[in-house]
Design a binder for this molecule. Structure first.
Ligand SMILES: N[C@@H](CCC(=O)N[C@@H](CS)C(=O)NCC(=O)O)C(=O)O
Length: 206
């Protein structure tokens, strides 16, 4: 049985839980991270020396890094589905997952931590505004891509939509000025109609 460590409100844990849901995989989840602790114990750090969530254990195979986990599960259980069957389509999907890490998330993270995890009197709103502008430019790139097809790497939902979808949930649910991005809005609306996304990712931001 697949075991997943990580609290439900973690963006990185949500990617893995969403992926499992799309693939119809059962799992046992152990609360870990922030108030739950666990991730700071020597036992946990022996699995994941970063002390971060998520981590999975699949019959003794330990893996951490949310995108590596999503790719692993997609390749193992979802070729032609979450993992596009064609090598170029798979590379295309993979590219968006990389882009999330290198480009999009570095702009979402400071906004999220400021608006959700920092007391109002301590918030650096200039920092939020700088990253909001950068993020607006990032979503413009995504908007142009989504003008050509329904999902990020083509007309079918794939692993690429998972990280980008959880980031979009934060973008659309934080109190920010958002210039229109009609294709992103349509794509996000389609994601919100997926039962697993709704159940596992559309949670209060804490
Ligand atoms: N690159 C890692 C980042 C993992 C990460 O930063 N996890 C956060 C939660 S989203 C964490 O463990 N924070 C400490 C905690 O929750 O105690 C991944 O994608 O898995």
């Amino acid at each position: 049985m697949l075991k997943i460590w990580g609290r439900r409100n973690s963006i990185n844990v949500q990617k893995v839980l969403w992926c499992c849901g799309e693939l119809g995989l059962e799992y046992e989840r152990v609360d870990a991270g922030l108030a739950f602790g666990v991730n700071d114990t020597p036992e946990y750090k022996a699995m994941n020396p970063n002390g971060l969530v998520p981590t999975i254990d699949e019959d003794g195979f330990i893996l951490w890094e949310s995108h590596a986990i999503v790719r692993y599960l997609a390749r193992k259980h979802g070729v032609g589905k979450l993992w596009p069957g064609d090598a170029r389509a798979a590379a295309d999907a993979d590219r968006w997952m990389e882009w999330y890490d290198t480009t999009l998330w570095p702009n979402v993270r400071p906004i999220f931590h400021t608006l959700v995890r920092t007391a109002p009197e301590k918030r650096n709103m200039a920092l939020v505004e700088d990253h909001r502008k950068l993020l607006t430019a990032n979503w413009k790139i995504v908007d142009a891509e989504l003008a050509r097809h329904e999902y990020l790497s083509g007309d079918a939902f794939s692993m690429a939509d998972i990280p980008m979808g959880v980031a979009a949930y934060r973008w659309f649910n934080l109190p920010l000025e958002r210039p229109p991005a009609p294709n992103v809005e349509r794509w996000y609306q389609r994601l919100t109609e997926r039962a697993v996304f709704k159940e596992r990712c559309m949670l209060p931001l804490t």
